[in-house]
Write a protein of this length. Structure first.
Lengths: 244, 244
DNA sequence: GACTTCTGTTGCGTATTTTGAACTATAGGA
DNA sequence: TCCTATAGTTCAAAATACGCAACAGAAGTC
C-alpha cells in the first residue's frame, strides 16, 4: 500500500510537470489532498532535496535531483548504450536528425536524439512522449504487432482526430511489407519522418527514426537515404542480440 | 517526517546507483531496513512504475520513469535553456567539447554538454558529479567565492590527494586575477580544460568549460580560443540578467 | 485604509497506516 | 538430499501520518 510514498511521488511528478512554482493549496486541490498533508509532504521532499522553496510565500519547485537520479539510470540503459554509436553514424552519414524511441503503452517515448548543432528547434526531445500513431517511430513498432492488438489501441485512444482506422490499418500493413514507416507532417508541420524498428528476439523493442524538412526530402532523396537507416536498425538489432 | 516517503526515495536512489537488479534482502542490509519493509516498498514503487521486477527471482531494477520526470524538470531549467544556444555557438566556433556546470556542495554537477558527434568518450556527462577542486569548472566558480569558505571546503573534503591547500589557493587567486581557470589532467589524463564563470547578480552561479587533448591545446591555441569562451560566458551572464 | 479571503504552517488527538516477526514457499548450492 | 539463502504474505501491535482547527501572514477588494 504505502500511501505516503504514493502521494509524495505523485506530488513530485505534478511539480515536475508544472510550469512554475506552486503552492500547497493549489496542489492539494489538484491531487485531492488537504493543505496540511501537502505542506508536510513538500517539507520532507524539500529535506530530501527533491524540491525547494522558490518563494518566500511558500511555493515550491522541483530541483534537479530527480533529473540527476534519472540520468544515472539512463546512463546504464542497455538499449541506448548499444544504439548510440549507430545513431551517431547515421546522423553523420545523412545529416538528418536521428531519434531512438520505444513504445510505452499508447505512446512513443523518445530515448535519444542526435541532431545538428545548429539551432534547430526539433519538436521531439529525449524524455518526451507522443501518441504512437502520429509519428513514424510509433507506426514502425506497431506495424510488427498483432493487428488485433493494434486495433484495440486505435479504438481506445481518444486522439485519432482526422485519422481513419482503416487508413491507419492500411498504412501499417504497407509499413510492414516494405520494412519502414513514413509520416508527413506527423510530429510537426513540414517535416517528413522515416522510421525502422529494432528487434530483439523477433519483437520490435525500439525504433530508429530520422527526420528533415519536407522540401529537402523528396522521393529521390528518401530512396537514397533509406539504406543507411535500414542498415543502422539492423546493426543495432544485431548488437542487442549479442548483449542479451 | 514522512518516513515512508523517505525510505521509498532512498530505495529508488540506491537502485538508480546500482549496476544490476537487486533483491530485497540485499537492499535492506544496505539501507538498514527489514526485508519485509523493502519488499513492500518495492511493490509500491513497481505499482507506480518507478521500478520493475527484473528477475523471476524477485530482483528489481529502476525503470526510466524517474528519467522521464527528471527530463521534464530539466527541460524547463532556465539556466540551461538560456545557455544552450551559446554553448552550441562556442562549440561550432572552437570544435572543442563544451560544458555547462553548476556548483552543488563540494561537487560540480554537469548540466549540459555539446560535443563532436564522433565517438569520443568524454569522461564528463550531464548528470555527473565530480569534486569541484579537480576540474576547471569547479575552480572557476570557487575562485569567486570568499577565500575562507573555500578554505573550509578544502579542509573538509577528503579527496585532496596530491593537492596542496596552498597550491590550490594560489591557483584560485591566479584564476580570479586572469578571469579564467585551467586544469591539466583534471578530469581525465591527457586533457586540458578551460573554464569561465557565469554570473547572476555578481554571484558565480555556473561555469562554461571547454576541453580538448593536451597535444592539441598548446599555449598559442589556448590564447586563440580564450576570447570565444570569455565571450560566451559573458553573453550567458547577460542573458540571465535579462531573464531574472 | 479596513475588510475579506485567500495563503502556508503547526499542534494535537485520533485512527489509519506502517511495521517487524513469524510463517510459507521457492530456489540455488554443497 | 539437506541446508541456507531468497521473496512474499499475514497479523497484531504500535508508531505514524492524518485532518481539523487555530494562527499568522499575504493579496486582493471594496
Amino acid at each position: 500500500m504505502d500511501k505516503t510514498l504514493r502521494k509524495g511521488l505523485q506530488l513530485l511528478e505534478t511539480l515536475a510537470a508544472s510550469n512554475g512554482p506552486r503552492g500547497a493549496a493549489e496542489l492539494g486541490r489538484e491531487l485531492d489532498l488537504t493543505r496540511s498533508n501537502v505542506s508536510r509532504l513538500l517539507g520532507t521532499l524539500a529535506e530530501l532535496g527533491f524540491v525547494r522553496r522558490a518563494d518566500e510565500a511558500g511555493r515550491y519547485a522541483a530541483t534537479l535531483k530527480a533529473w540527476e537520479i534519472g540520468m544515472r539510470i539512463m546512463s546504464r540503459d542497455p538499449l541506448r548504450r548499444t544504439a548510440q554509436p549507430f545513431l551517431r553514424a547515421l546522423h553523420a552519414e545523412t545529416g538528418l536528425n536521428v531519434f531512438l524511441a520505444v513504445l510505452d503503452g499508447d505512446d512513443v517515448l523518445y530515448l535519444d536524439k542526435v541532431e545538428a548543432n545548429t539551432i534547430s528547434h526539433v519538436s521531439a526531445q529525449p524524455g518526451m512522449r507522443l501518441p504512437a500513431f502520429l509519428i513514424s517511430s510509433g507506426r514502425a513498432m506497431l506495424a510488427w504487432h498483432k493487428p488485433e492488438m493494434v486495433g484495440a489501441r486505435v479504438a481506445s485512444h481518444p486522439r485519432t482526430a482526422g485519422l481513419d482506422r482503416d487508413d491507419l490499418s492500411a498504412d501499417l500493413t504497407l509499413t510492414r511489407e516494405r520494412g519502414w514507416a513514413m509520416t508527413v507532417d506527423g510530429s510537426r508541420e513540414g517535416v517528413i519522418s522515416l522510421a525502422v524498428p529494432v528487434f530483439l528476439a523477433d519483437l520490435p523493442v525500439a525504433a530508429v527514426a530520422m527526420s528533415g524538412p519536407k522540401a529537402e526530402l523528396d522521393q529521390k532523396r528518401r530512396e537514397a537515404l533509406l539504406p543507411a537507416l535500414l542498415n543502422a536498425a539492423a546493426r543495432i538489432s544485431e548488437a542487442l542480440a549479442h548483449i542479451g
